[in-house]
Ligand binder design. Sequence first.
Ligand code: SF4
Length: 382
Amino acid sequence: MVEARWSPGGTSTCWEGVALSSVDGSSSTPLLSVRNLRTHFDVGGHAVKAVDGVSFDVHEGMTLGVVGESGSGKTVLSRSIMGINTASNASTTGSVRYNGTELIGKSKRELRDFWGEEMAMVFQDPMTSLNPVVRIGRQLTEHLRAHKKMSKAAATELAIQLLTWVRIPEPEQRLSNYPHQMSGGMRQRVCIAIALACSPNLLFADEPTTALDVTVQHQILNLLSQQQSERKMGMVLVTHDLGVVATRTDEIAVMYAGKIVEKASTSTLFSDMRHPYTQSLFWSIPKTSEPKHTRLSAIVGRPPNLAALPVGCSFADRCPYVQPICREVEPELTTDSTHSFACHLPVGSADADAALSSNIAQGLAQSEAAAIRRDAQTGASA
Ligand code: SF4
């Protein structure tokens, strides 16, 4: 019988008396290895390329931030890796290896062995991921009983411990609440408790703090960081906000139009970003150093239609550095000594500076906006 004790600080076991599933402790073997992953949706005979040739590794204890605007493919990426894309018109190809085991091609029944105990997900919207007509206690204990084969009493005891750990006051009383009787922050903490209940080795956190106020956002991110560091759990933190991942990730992958356009260690990305889209995302973060009522710097234009991507670079219509070659040849993801990026005129290069000056002279709107942002940035940091 399993004793109902949950320890957030364990390193090899989180359930006392229950060893975690086999994990290769070698730091050189990725916990998760994704190669050339594609998820396309057939919509009216057109392929909507939501994820298009994505590759990355996540090692034990590492946090990868996946950043991009809405519609860039971040959420579909997480769902494709987990195998929970339920749309009948979706087709996923490529390779997803968890601890060396290939997941692409496995049936839902086979994947259930990995969900919960091996990998889990905190969804973006707790109101849709929690069942609105089932009490919180039952949602927690059913999850535990299904995956851990626990008795009802043991599962209830553990559910109380989990709610306590995610700092929900009066956890015994809260077990009888329905989701609508809790605040948004509390519901999101319940979702985290459910995701972490089975001590997964890999957690996908998909916009876990969207729509929460900054205080609650900070608390929830701290809870996840605590788990990640104490248990050597691998984590993929998906967000549209570069500010959220700045201090909480080891590596960042920037997604645009279903592809990774830049990937680097967090420190490198912030100190030496090379892709204009990454730079635009960075510029759009509100700065505390700016005077009150400073207009927020949005990225000009909209993301492209994934069913009819342009020839060449997908960011061309919004890019302040765009040149004719960008509209003719799609840039490949290339890797230099510090990171990978896909751009013909990487930020910081002489070619990029010349392109920006030329575009400003020709009155290209996004280039003028970029120049204003750049000048403001330089002024703020001076
Ligand atoms: Fe901009 Fe051209 Fe680089 Fe695309 S390839 S991001 S359009 S400079």
